[in-house]
Design a binder for this molecule. Structure first.
Ligand SMILES: *Cc1c(COP(=O)(O)O)cnc(C)c1O
Length: 431
């Protein structure tokens, strides 16, 4: 049986990315994936920001192979292991301490959703309240708790039961420019007639990556933090996709100078695509009873090894951070040039660091470009409720020449897609 046929026949209908990128991948290196025919695909998706350091980074691979070859322990529940302790030391010394953070590290389970679930639980337990404020177009995961604070109607419907104990508030920019949606939240919380129960916490992303690359401004984030303090709510920042260097700093909220009570990170934390998630908890809220939030895979030793190595390699000084910022600026300028080149597409560009996006007035243009890009050897995703946003998320380690190559493919695909959709079609002679 052909390999793709096996997937189509045996795997559940729920499979999704295989439908956007319909080939059978076999190998990957740096910024490229290779399918079973040896066709190369440039990666502008990076596993939804799991592969910030590229595919199979040689230094991370070496650390992993050495660990496995030495018969070092792979699974140990949450018993003490050298790999676990060394990860905690490195994470504390190179990430938390230099940023003035003294959070405890909880290993909630292997996925981002696990980290969100544990953050919601501990917020509710700390404050003794049920309600959580989440924002329009938020994405926090697929388990019931994390789905209850996620916006997407299609994904929510999959729950099969009412998703309760959370209220939705407008994210930054949702009600147009010049409207500070935090003022609205403040009003609602001050008003005993608003119908909004006093929340235990607010959960937010700094950039809604799945929700359409919607950027929260520095002022909005600071205002939100102030409001959390004012109304005695915990601030949870879900940094699962925007964290681990994607925006140019390790945490995406560093520029805003936030001090969140709870922080979730996962995706690129292991640096190698191995599942690893953490919930960072301020000591005063670390009120778990031992084993109260349990799980079989709470800290996978091989993932600790690559995570530690990745932090040493990329976060021991500022060099990588500056590099990401410079690359992000380059991508941004190139996208703005494209937007000017095709005024008939009425494109808007937005993003931070190496999470950049272009949104077209025609709702089908981004999807058409992404589909064509795959045919031209570029893997790129769309985002937002209508998939009208083309999201650029290459590995942070990508070479300049590959950035430009990907941008050229996008340029070519915009021309083709506009032609197919009849956007800005040249008028017939004589008109
Ligand atoms: C991916 C993601 C999650 C969920 O992580 P999983 O590992 O898929 O469960 C939660 N929040 C954000 C912002 C994400 O991007």
């Amino acid at each position: 049986m052909q390999l793709m046929e096996a997937i189509e026949r045996y795997e559940s209908e729920v499979r999704s990315y295989v439908r956007s990128f319909p080939t059978v991948f076999e190998k990957a290196k740096g910024s490229y994936l290779y399918d079973i025919n040896g066709t190369a695909y440039l990666d502008f998706f990076a596993g939804a920001s799991v592969l910030n350091y590229g595919h199979n980074h040689p230094e991370l691979k070496k650390a992993l192979i050495d660990y496995l070859a030495g018969d070092n322990i792979t699974h140990s529940l949450d018993m003490a292991s050298r790999a676990r302790a060394e990860f905690l030391i490195t994470f504390h010394e190179k990430i938390l301490e230099p940023r003035g953070l003294n959070h405890r590290v909880q290993f909630p389970g292997p996925t981002g959703s696990n980290a969100v679930e544990s953050a919601l639980k501990i917020a509710r337990k700390s404050k003794g309240r049920e309600n959580i404020i989440a924002f329009t177009n938020a994405f926090h995961g697929m388990t019931l708790g994390s789905l209850s604070v996620t916006g997407n109607a299609f994904k929510r419907a999959g729950a099969g039961l009412p998703l309760t104990h959370s209220d939705r508030m407008p994210f930054d920019g949702y009600l147009g420019e010049g409207f500070d949606t935090i003022d609205y939240l403040d009003r609602v919380l001050d008003d005993s007639g608003s119908g909004v129960d006093q929340p235990a916490a607010v959960i937010t992303e700094t950039i809604q990556a799945e929700g359409g690359v919607n950027i929260a401004s520095t002022e909005w984030l600071r205002h939100l933090q102030q409001l959390c303090r004012k109304h005695d709510m915990l601030l949870i920042v879900d940094d699962i996709q925007a964290g681990c260097g994607r925006t140019g700093t390790f945490f995406s909220f560093e520029e805003a100078g936030l001090d969140p009570d709870l922080i979730t990170i996962s995706k690129s934390l292991s640096g190698y695509g191995l599942p690893l998630a953490v919930t960072l908890v301020k000591p005063q809220y670390d009120i778990w009873e031992p084993g109260e939030h349990n799980g079989t895979f709470r800290g996978h030793n091989p993932a600790f090894v690559t995570a530690k190595r990745a932090i040493e390699l990329f976060w021991s000084d500022q060099a990588f951070s500056h590099e990401v910022t410079a690359k992000g600026r380059h991508v941004r300028e190139a996208l703005e040039k494209l937007a000017r080149k095709y005024p008939e597409a009425s494109a808007k560009v937005r993003g931070r660091g190496m999470l950049q996006a272009i949104e077209f007035a025609h709702k089908e243009l981004a999807g058409t470009v992404a589909k064509k890009a795959f045919k031209h050897g570029l893997i790129i995703e769309t985002a937002g409720p209508a998939d009208a946003v083309l999201k650029l998320m290459p590995p942070l380690t990508i070479e300049q020449a590959d950035v430009d190559k990907g941008l050229q493919i996008i340029d070519r695909c915009i021309i083709e897609a506009m032609h197919d959709l009849g956007i800005g079609a040249p008028r017939a002679a004589g008109q």
